[in-house]
Design a protein around this ligand. Structure first.
Ligand SMILES: [Zn+2]
Length: 143
């Protein structure tokens, strides 16, 4: 009869097995615990999966931030579109609007209450510079 002891695969304790060749653990509790460990292994993976899920969550959060940014951009774009279709009169004037207005206005305006210069050039009010500039020939001086 064999008296060699087995080593418990859970607690590493030498034990005399009751069923040789089959038994791997010194006791039922070690067998159960070992199985629990084995079963925990996939659970451990699950924990990792949980971490992955966490990462996924973070990704989702990032995505939703991006989504919010996107929708914000969308809103801004929509606002831009709205302002495009808003009547000019209803919009508060911006510097750009004033520049556009200025651009739509003639830069030079003939000044009629000033005489032409010695070259016969007619005075014009430069709207941009706010100065009187002389150029062109006055019709009245044309012979
Ligand atoms: Zn054991």
């Amino acid at each position: 009869m064999e008296t060699r002891t087995y080593e418990c695969q859970y607690c590493r304790k030498d034990y005399v097995p009751k069923r040789r060749g089959v038994q791997k653990f010194c006791s039922n509790s070690c067998r159960v615990r070992s199985h629990q460990l084995k079963n925990k292994k996939p659970k451990g993976t699950e924990v990792t999966t949980g971490n992955n899920t966490k990462t996924d969550k973070t990704k989702i959060e990032e995505m939703s931030i991006a989504g919010v940014a996107n929708s914000l951009g969308g809103n801004l774009a929509a606002q831009g579109l709205i302002s495009l279709f808003t009547k000019e009169e209803n919009k508060p004037a911006t510097k750009g609007d004033l520049l556009k207005l200025a651009a739509s206005l003639k830069r030079y305006h003939q000044v009629k209450n000033l005489p032409p210069n010695h070259l016969g050039q007619i005075p014009n009010f430069d709207l941009y510079k706010g100065e009187i500039v002389y150029f062109g020939l006055s019709l009245s001086f044309k012979n």
